[in-house]
Design a protein around this ligand. Structure first.
Ligand code: NAP
Length: 196
């Protein structure tokens, strides 16, 4: 069970609200209703607020992260490595950019970068996009209503992208959609705040 979004009421606020939220989720988990609890869309500062009071491990932080965002600043670097350092699994939602606006929503399905790379491995664009994530140790939760797509998405553990292809995918800037660890780029997660 995850908290879908961090409480965020502005640049200087919301630490207490986030802590209250987390303690409520902990109490619920301790009553036996969840095996593991986690968060979604949290940046590192918001995670820190929770870690100050947590007595149950933060199992996962689910964030939008996919090919195209590999160089997207804090999302791609600081937050990802910080979660790892703190033992919080960094998980990619919308790994195929499904909810992105057209034409971005097709980029990781039929776009030229992923399909061209895929040809070297006899794999499809979605398989390449998903493999780029899992090869970094990032679990993915692609969604599909089509049985053949579900099967295709699961067949990503029998090949390995070479270093050059990994680098090309990391350098990609399309689709450049960032759901964030947080939409709280209102300031609550601003870089200047991270040194506080
Ligand atoms: N924490 C959050 O705030 C948050 C936000 C958004 C999503 N999520 C989670 O992330 C999961 C997946 O994200 P998502 O559904 O937003 O996006 P996604 O998995 O990136 O993309 C889904 C889209 O990709 C298509 N697709 C999937 N596999 C394909 C394949 N092999 N070939 C061609 N098309 C393929 C699907 O169409 P077909 O059905 O036609 O295959 C669907 O249109 C969801 O289950 C949701 O729980 C979490």
């Amino acid at each position: 069970m995850l908290i879908h979004f961090p409480a965020d009421f502005g640049k200087n606020g919301s630490r207490k609200e986030r802590q209250v939220e987390w303690k409520a989720l902990e109490a619920w988990a301790k009553s036996g209703k969840a095996k593991a609890i986690g968060i979604s869309h949290y940046c590192r500062r918001q995670l820190d607020d929770i870690l100050q009071v947590a007595s149950v491990p933060v199992a996962v932080n689910q964030v939008q992260y996919h090919v195209g965002m590999g160089t997207a600043g804090r999302l791609a670097t600081d937050d990802k490595s910080y979660m790892k350092q703190k033992g919080v699994l960094y998980q990619s939602f919308s790994p195929l950019c499904g909810p992105c606006d057209p034409p971005d929503n097709k980029e990781l399905l039929t776009g030229s970068l992923v399909t061209t790379i895929g040809k070297h491995y006899n794999k499809t664009g979605p398989q390449v996009a998903l493999r780029w994530l899992v090869q970094q140790g990032i679990p993915v939760i692609p969604k599909s209503h089509v049985a053949a797509h579900q099967k295709e998405n699961s067949e990503i553990f029998d090949f390995e992208l070479n270093e050059q292809d990994m680098a090309l995918l990391t350098a990609a800037t399309r689709p450049a959609v960032g759901g964030g660890p947080s939409a709280s780029d209102s300031g609550d997660c601003g870089i200047e705040e991270l040194v506080v």
